[in-house]
Write a protein that binds this ligand. Sequence first.
Ligand code: ADP
Ligand code: ASP
Ligand code: MG
Length: 473
Amino acid sequence: MSLVVMKFGGTSVEDPTAIARTAEIVAGRVAAGKTPVVVVSAMSKVTDQLLACAAAASRGDRTGALAISSRLRSRHRDTAAALVKEQKDCATLQAAIEHDFDALDEVLRGLAAILELTPRISDLIVSYGERLSSVIIAQAFRERGLDSVHLDSREVIITDSQYQKAIPQDAVIEDRCATRVRPHLEAGRVPVMGGFIGSNEAGITTTLGRGGSDFTGALIGGALHAEAIEIWTDVNGIMTTDPRICPDALRVRVVSFEEAAELAYFGAKVLHPATILPAVRKNIPVLVLNSRNPTNEGTRIISLAPHCKTPFKCIAVKKKLTIIDVVASRMLMTHGYLKAIFDIFDKHQCPVDMVSTSEVSVSLTVDSNDKLPAIANDLGKIADVKYEGQKALICMVGEDIRGQHGIAAQVFAAVRHVNVRMISQGASEINMSFMIEEEDVEEAVRSLHAAFFQNPDPKIFDVEARQAATAKV
Ligand code: ADP
Ligand code: ASP
Ligand code: MG
């Protein structure tokens, strides 16, 4: 069985046209003799709107919350009506949609009364996005001649109970995939499942964190030993940088697992950071593909990438960071000082991205979040603390910087007009990162891109696309 997991992101299922395109892509794989498992995100922006609903209800704005929910109800209803013409099927699907929205509205009314949004309730509310999209898409596939079956991911993706960022339980997932997914594949059916959502062992709904549908795809691919995991999105693959910042970004044909993991962690939104893990463990190639341009060969993520003459593969950007400077006035050179600092971040469950130390001070960067005042307060008991938000991290990734001399000088020459706050070269030796003001990001990325991707290695980068675009102008 030539098993492939196909994950479609929000823009790939944003409306009836996009869903119809998705059905064609899947049908194409079936016609080519593949056995697909389909994982879908919520329709684009639905997750944000559900979170807005939850926030409104928890402020006591019952009318506002129900108004957002009502607009979402119409959008899903209309999408289903446009995709499913067969009357009986359409009636069943519409009844399922109404049922889900009635249940969601019930939760919102309750929330508006108790005014307390717990992470558990947030996961329940936000789960409707993927629950609804997957049911509609499974039916749309059937109407288009695919023998598809909807499976509730909450019965397959079993996690712990850390709501909003639940940790999948690999052994249970493997077992559930074997007993609840594989039999459908053996019967020739195409399972359609919602990404991002799961449940704990008690059956309570959890989620894997924002962007987590990629992770679902990889978990299922890993558990079923798929031959490939395909991440279908709205760009041609992993690009040399975010094309929204740099329209002349080039598609990278191939990157290693290690490079992709760094890129994802340091902000290239195209892939959720945890996606790579299950693929690495089972050595399953991951492909990033464009559902609006399905014949493009995309990006292949494999364990060992070929040598590249260009030192970097990609420039990633992570915004909304805060830099914390801790000055060791009182505990200078004291044994256990760094441990004491990290213990405080640990206590507040706050991951640290980048660290740089001197003899008297430690600078750390973290995602800006509401725990910072409490963290600063605790740190203030052992040192002097300052923190400043609106920072961004630029991360340049490429295995071929290993052993290259003078590369840092070239990087900093390219951004000499930008104020660099903090520098670090990852222990992995495949990334160079530095911190700047958020407002300087676009300028810095464009300068770096111009400096390093003027004459990129054609074996690794899709230079023909750039030549074709230039010829058109
Ligand atoms: P999906 O909804 O399909 O999961 P996302 O919005 O999560 O899609 O990710 C795709 C987006 O990631 C692209 O539209 C692009 O703007 C952004 N992006 C950021 N960095 C990169 C990069 N290096 N390569 C490709 N896309 C990137
Ligand atoms: N719908 C979820 C989100 O927007 C998960 C995903 O799309 O990957 O974060
Ligand atoms: Mg995504």
